[in-house]
Ligand binder design. Structure first.
Ligand SMILES: Cc1cc2nc3c(=O)[nH]c(=O)nc-3n(C[C@H](O)[C@H](O)[C@H](O)COP(=O)(O)OP(=O)(O)OC[C@H]3O[C@@H](n4cnc5c(N)ncnc54)[C@H](O)[C@@H]3O)c2cc1C
Ligand SMILES: NC(=O)c1ccc[n+]([C@@H]2O[C@H](COP(=O)([O-])OP(=O)(O)OC[C@H]3O[C@@H](n4cnc5c(N)ncnc54)[C@H](O)[C@@H]3O)[C@@H](O)[C@H]2O)c1
Length: 465
């Protein structure tokens, strides 16, 4: 492996310089260096970025611990252990071992072809900006006067909050609400519009009903207007005049791209207030510079999206081949219990796009033998949106929805017809049979309520000896 050339300790010349060692940056760096490129990887904080340290990994570990009935200290111990078990995979040592030059400092562009980090000037043929996002803090009067938590600081708590007030009923708010409620906290979620508002309303309602039944106070359609108090005694005044009192406050009202401090004005890279502008090829207005992951303006903010985009640009970076990112097959899941997963269009979006051409079929968890046998046969469903024999969207709410949706990502990615899926056999008894059941629901009226089919069957029975 040829390492990036160090002309002097203060100057490095390389093929690819990646800024940010999170989900996106690490995937590009690992792929590029293992295929023979010289790679410099710059990280100002913890290796692994948001997902490993303050996002997906701790939140999923906490949800699991809460579901298993662990106490708060044991749950937090599980969170720390989970992070430290995964951390070596994202570590400086591993990436140096692969052949990357890793610089632990903040990077800023000084020209369209160079970046400075920790007093080192890095010149590269191509740059990849993968600097992620941070919590977006709303301009609510009083917020800055009280101690509030974000996804970055909540992991430092030493005891379970007595009453956690959560601002925002998006995936962060809802996952944290259920985890903390199950760990023993009183929880109030304040959501200005609808909680899980981007999801299929019927599926979202099932998640919300479960949280409510577990004792989470879900206040929808009210905004936080004023915040006051001090540590342990925080008051949030709502737009309907009511006041919610709690011991802790978690701000989970969306994300802001980390694009302001990068010196982009020196690099001819355009950005909006939502992040860096890119085309479908993930290049910025400076064609030598790519942007991927949460820092992209208007993009999907998920770890698997950052990883997928990394794969797309590696093709372009290493082989100079044209490559475009697609989005129609990208799934996402919210890991509450029940889980809620979506790929492609929701029913509402599909109806708007395809009107009467849309067929919607579904199967319920209540009819799935594995769900019943494992005590998970309650409410929950899979819903397929089908147009001209092809699935265009799938919603799943229920146990393991995040696992079940992966199958449909492949179907949508390959644009496969329902008839191709009919050949799939799922082992009995599995939750995967739900996928098959939904496909059967599509074919049932075609086969069992079809006069032509009945006529052919009768004719064959009469004529064939
Ligand atoms: C609580 C929470 C739960 C989540 N759960 C999930 C989930 O279950 N599934 C899922 O798919 N997604 C989840 N996400 C989203 C996921 O974490 C992000 O989409 C993902 O981390 C984005 O990857 P990224 O590479 O764009 O940024 P990051 O992983 O955040 O990495 C960016 C890195 O760049 C570094 N950096 C920034 N500026 C500079 C600079 N100037 N110089 C050097 N380094 C810099 C940062 O320190 C950081 O390490 C969750 C997010 C949160 C907050
Ligand atoms: N399971 C997962 O994959 C997962 C989990 C967590 C986060 N994420 C990623 O992180 C992103 C950010 O999550 P998030 O939940 O912070 O953001 P979000 O944008 O999804 O949700 C924020 C919520 O806050 C509400 N809100 C805004 N202003 C408000 C106010 N004044 N008062 C009350 N509510 C207000 C919004 O209406 C919205 O519903 C997600 O969109 C997702 O991409 C993914």
């Amino acid at each position: 492996m040829t390492k990036a050339k160090t002309a002097s300790p203060k100057r490095i010349k390389t093929d690819i310089c990646v800024i940010g060692a999170g989900s996106g940056g690490l995937s590009v760096a690992a792929g590029a260096v293992q295929m023979g490129a010289r790679v410099v990887l710059i990280e100002k904080g913890e290796m692994g970025g948001d997902c490993l340290n303050t996002g997906c990994v701790p939140s999923k570990a906490l949800l699991h611990a809460a579901q298993e009935g662990l106490s708060y200290p044991h749950a937090m111990e599980h969170v720390r252990k989970t992070i430290s078990t995964i951390a070596p995979h994202d570590s400086q040592e591993r990436f140096e071992g692969l052949g990357c030059t890793v610089i632990r400092a903040e990077a800023r562009f000084t020209s369209p072809k160079s970046v400075e980090a920790g007093g080192i000037k890095i010149k590269a043929r191509r740059f990849v900006i993968a600097t992620g996002s941070r919590p977006m803090l709303l301009d609510i009067p009083g917020l800055s006067t009280v101690p509030y938590l974000t996804n970055e600081t909540i992991w430092g708590l030493t005891g379970c909050p007595r009453h956690l007030i959560i601002l925002g009923g998006g995936p962060i708010g809802m996952e944290m609400a259920q985890a903390h409620r199950r760990l023993g906290a009183e929880v109030t979620v304040i959501e200005a519009f609808d909680a899980l508002g981007r999801e299929d309303p019927e599926a979202a309602e099932l998640v919300k009903a479960t949280l409510r039944a577990e004792g989470v106070a879900l206040r929808e359609g009210v905004a936080a207007e004023r915040i006051s108090g001090a540590a342990g005694a925080i008051q949030v005044t709502l737009s309907d005049g009511q006041v919610v009192q709690g011991s802790h406050l978690l701000a989970a009202t969306g994300r802001r791209a980390n694009s302001e401090e990068l010196g982009l004005e020196h690099a001819d890279v355009d950005r909006s207030k939502n992040g860096i502008k890119v085309g479908a090829d993930l290049r910025t207005s400076n064609r030598r510079i790519y942007a991927i992951g949460d820092v992209v303006s208007g993009g999907l903010q998920f770890t698997h999206v950052a990883g997928y985009q990394a794969g797309i640009i590696v093709r372009s970076l290493l082989f100079a081949l044209p490559a475009k990112a697609r989005t129609h097959h990208i799934p996402h899941a919210t890991y509450t219990d029940p889980e809620l997963a979506q790929v492609g269009l929701t029913e509402a979006a599909a109806r708007e796009k395809f009107a009467e051409k849309l067929e919607v079929v579904r199967a319920d968890y209540t009819g799935n033998d594995r769900a019943i046998a494992t005590g998970r046969g309650g409410a929950g469903f899979i819903k397929l949106m089908v147009v001209k024999g092809r699935p265009v969207g799938v919603t799943i709410v229920g146990p393991e929805a995040g696992e079940l949706i992966a199958f449909w990502s492949l179907m949508l990615s390959l644009k496969l017809k329902m008839s191709k899926i009919a050949g799939m056999v799922a082992p009995y008894p599995t939750l995967a049979e739900l996928n098959k059941r939904a496909v059967s629901a599509y074919f049932t009226p075609r086969l069992f309520e079809n006069r032509k089919v009945k006529w052919v069957v009768k004719a064959v029975q009469r004529l064939v000896p």
